[in-house]
Design a protein around this ligand. Sequence first.
Ligand code: MLT
Length: 275
Amino acid sequence: MQTATIHGIEMGYRAEGDGAPLLLVHGFPLSGAMWQPQISALSARYRVIAPDLRGFGASTFGGGADSLDQYADDLLALLDHLDVRKVALAGLSMGGYIAFALLRRAADRVSALVLADTKAAADSDEARQKREQNARMVETRGLEPLADQMLPNLLADRTPQGQQQVVRGIIMANQPEGIAAALRAMAQRPDSTPQLSAINVPTLIMVGSEDTLTPPGEARKLHEAIKGSQFVELSGAAHLSNIEAPAAFNAAVDSFLGGNSTRAYGAGSQSSGRW
Ligand code: MLT
């Protein structure tokens, strides 16, 4: 783990490999640690950069983010710090929402886009209320009840216990105030649907066939709206498709980005609790 001072916070990030840069933006309520199966495999071909957003993982809170734009600005400043002008940008779920924010601010910094298990729509009023309830729950009771509530939706039931424990550990390593801020920032995000037709970089859309949080129907809407986009459904995976189907996920990203590797992309044992 490396750190950089970015907009007054200490930002933790992983940067491995030497090829074309690939920025991985994590989902909620995880951290850059969720990308370990991609860092391990894809750093052989790409310079994989996987930061922890402010208030997540190793990154300090610094007052949090009042909107997803703050996370996007932090990512752009991290790229400046690393002397990276253009990246392939991949976001899973909340990471996808942040990718839309980054595109609104600096589309010229993005050479290709991977949208995994995400959607363009804003929250409904009901979803906003639920986020505020969860933010208060986390502020008063910590992260455990949120982990209990979310884990069954993040991973398919058959996901091995060891892997479930790894994901729980990633959630529990976050800072409650960072998680509460992210919930409020997601609740305020705009509908990104109107910007989809203007996306003019190669785009890959992926979704777990059993994702109930951002279901395949939402991914298909992205595919229909983004000109020339590719669509891959990962069979048997739920929301965290990069963890549940790492070999297929990595192969799809590599083939999309032009590596077209013939070697197998595995993620080691699925049941040991380690990747
Ligand atoms: C995520 O995985 O980032 C979240 O499920 C996104 C959300 O809560 O909308």
